[in-house]
Ligand binder design. Structure first.
Ligand code: F6P
Length: 419
């Protein structure tokens, strides 16, 4: 009997995670001689535990194809921590029970570092419980902080949105700076890694170009140097554009903005550093300011996706199915940069055990000597990742044509499970 695929989305979504889902499902459909169905966990692993498996064969070809240009997580995602096999034994056993009940031969888990860890554990426990399921991790994270892979699907599009946004907002500020706003602060995501903030630096091609200051989580915030540079930029260029990463910390290692809440993985919920920085500028320098928190706008801005990113997101989904059919398990398709100019990439294979729970920060050589900008090496790394456009189709009302899944669930076969 042909085995089924179970695909699940995990953690924070990206503008292109559905392009990966599209790659998985289309590759599954292209191999129906060897694969039964492609199921998707409703709201990620939570749906799997609850035996809520979406039967993607109920979706039309056109709907699946439209996933490629639709943001959000079409099947639902979640932050749900499976701990060690000993601590979360009940949940791991339930997972295997669900996989067994639905004849799942391949578990494809689309997430970041935490999800690689879970996928790795599922592959171990399956073997232990006599139900060896092939587990393939599928990379995604806007934070771009996974090890081994050259970059992460989702990052390039957020990087492009942030670069374009700071470019446009700075034109606005510059035009009225002589009599009005002199400082603009844009807050970006990225958690502990400054990749997204760094991407804004691509806009600064000549002296005076924005952003004039980038604040990275990798560089402890030094108030005096920062204010000095704000003042110098306003005096020299008439205004100052600042990009600040949500994960910036002071010299004592404390986040400048920590909402005080924690997610299921124990991560601090960040956000709100832009007003902190802007207020500091007004208090100490007296400049009029505006600030913006790009928050979920950056994570969902599919209308401004990078073409390279969309292509890579699709390719890792397709490759995950290819790996599964080749009998692989405990691996993840990753992106390898083959050449920089012209930019060329290919998909390779990495062991999940090497991906799990490791964050890749910006290396020192990518951060300018004063800690508030990017170097030429960073520019060479980042530039190809935001190249090309991949606009969604628009309807007559001028809105993008995004798709919604029907989410028809497979018939349940097991007793209820409390999570
Ligand atoms: O990990 C991706 C990410 O978007 C981070 O950049 C951000 O800090 C976090 O997720 C926000 O998570 P949530 O949407 O669960 O609050």
């Amino acid at each position: 009997m042909k085995k089924n695929i179970l695909y699940a989305q995990s953690g924070g979504v990206t503008p292109v995670i559905n392009a990966t889902a599209c790659g998985v499902i289309e590759a599954g459909r292209a191999n129906l001689d060897r694969i039964g169905k492609v199921y998707a966990g409703k709201d990620g692993i939570i749906g799997i535990l609850k035996e809520e498996l979406i039967d993607t064969s109920k979706e039309t070809k056109a709907s699946i194809s439209a996933l490629r240009h639709t943001p959000g997580g079409a099947f639902g995602s979640c932050r749900y921590k499976l701990k060690s096999i000993e601590e979360s034994k009940r949940e791991y056993e339930r997972l295997i029970e669900v996989l067994r009940a639905h004849n799942i031969g391949y578990f494809l888990y689309n997430g970041g570092g935490d999800s690689s860890d879970t996928a790795h554990k599922v592959s171990q426990i399956g073997k232990k419980l006599g139900f060896p399921v092939q587990c393939i991790g599928v990379p995604k994270t806007i934070d771009n902080d996974l090890p081994i892979t050259d970059n992460c699907p989702g990052f390039g599009s957020v990087a492009k949105y942030i670069a374009v946004s700071i470019m446009e907002a700075s034109l606005d500020v510059e035009s009225m700076a002589s009599s009005s706003t002199k400082v603009f602060v844009l807050e970006v995501m990225g958690r502990h890694a400054g990749w997204i903030a760094a991407a804004s630096g691509l806009v600064a091609r000549e002296e005076g170009d924005p952003p004039h200051i980038i604040l990275f989580p990798e560089v402890p915030f030094k108030q005096r140097e920062f204010l000095k540079k704000v003042k110098a930029s306003v005096e020299k260029f008439g205004y100052c554009s600042i990009v600040v990463s949500e994960g910036v910390r002071n010299s004592k290692g404390k986040f400048l903005a920590d909402a005080g809440t924690r997610d299921a993985f124990g991560h601090a919920q960040l956000g709100g550093v832009a007003p902190v920085v802007a207020n500091l500028v007004r208090e100490k320098l007296g400049y009029k300011y505006h600030w913006a928190v790009s928050d979920y706008l950056q994570r969902s801005a599919r209308h401004l996706a990078s073409r390279v990113d969309v292509e890579q997101a699709y390719a890792v989904g397709e490759a995950a199915v290819r790996f599964a059919l080749a009998g692989k398990t405990g691996v993840m398709p990753v992106i390898k940069r083959v050449s920089e100019s012209p930019y060329r990439w290919k998909i390779e294979e990495a062991q999940l055990s090497r991906m799990a729970n490791r964050e890749k920060m910006m290396p020192k050589r990518y951060i300018a000597a004063d800690g508030m900008g990017i170097t030429a090496a960073a520019r060479r790394y980042l530039a190809p990742l935001i190249r090309g456009e991949d606009y969604p189709p628009y309807d007559r009302d001028g809105l993008p044509k995004y798709v919604k899944m029907k989410k028809v669930l497979a018939q349940k076969k097991l007793p209820e499970f409390d999570i």
